[in-house]
Design a protein around this ligand. Sequence first.
Ligand code: DAH
Length: 360
Amino acid sequence: MPTQGSRIYPEVLGQLLEMMNERLKQLREDFDREIGLVTTETEATELRDRWVGRKSGLLTAEMKTLGKLTPEDRRLAGQGLNDLKTYVEAGIERLQLGFAAGREAEQLVRERIDVTLPGRRIATGHLHPITLLREKIEDIFVSMGYTIEDGPEIETDFYNFDALNIPSNHPARSWQDTFYLGDHLALRSQTSTVQIHAMQRRQPPLRVLAPGRVFRRDTPDATHNPMFYQVEGLLVDRGITLGDLKGTIQEFVHRMFGPETQTRFRPSYFPFVEPGAEIDYSCFKCNGTGCRVCKGSGWIEMGGSGMVHPNVLRTAGIDPEVFSGFAFGLGLDRLCALMYGLDDIRLLYENDVRFLEQFT
Ligand code: DAH
């Protein structure tokens, strides 16, 4: 006697299971054929959706029909279907793992680093040749007890001219030579202005070195630039003579260019010194025999110098009866051009990296 519900007679059940097994076998064969045709990752995803997709998967639909059976029949029929589902999922997973591995391998090839390639050079900065030269000069004078002094680049007439004993009719005062910023203000045209600041700040004994920029209304050419560099020296103490100036300059050129370098002093006029002299030193290139650097003369002009004028000392508040001193001033640009064999000083101000990176 049949029980209630969908209880099926054993012989019917037998047939039913056989049919199901047949169907499962067919499905498995279909799947094997389809998976064999998959060549891309997208196709693998489509295959998965088609077979075990949550909504419209083939096996998902198949599973749903089990719900209509009694628990016992469902167990029997479900077993085979579950096995097939596991089989399908495992197949697809294997396929996807394969694709992922391929993708990774591809990426490794694409992103491979060639460790034998030369590295990129990191650009490092350099000091400007003028700076290198200035530091060399500073080092020499600092070792002789000088201190480095600074002064303004914009000065009043007092510092530019009056205190330096420059008469009111002197050509240096003319607007054609000096950059005026107003009636009584101008860009300094020489670092000699720092002498006055230094003497006003401190009483003797004084040993001061003042490097800095100066400005003149010169038309730029191979040997002129409206802005250039000077180094000023000043020493004030009791009993200072011309001999001290000569000895100091001699010591400087020895250290700067070598012990065989000689100096000579030619009388000259500068309003702020008395007596005044121009300094020459024997050519560092040919040692005085004459070459291209010294234009055959064997001597190179270094700059001006002299004994500080009593008027200058007095104006700066120093008693010329008690103290005396010497001063000197040299241009850095031409010296730099000579030392590095530059044929145009404007190269120093163009900031062309190809030029600048040659100096270390
Ligand atoms: N300042 C002068 C110039 O620019 C150079 C100079 C001459 C400086 C004589 C001095 C000096 O200190 O005593 O041409």
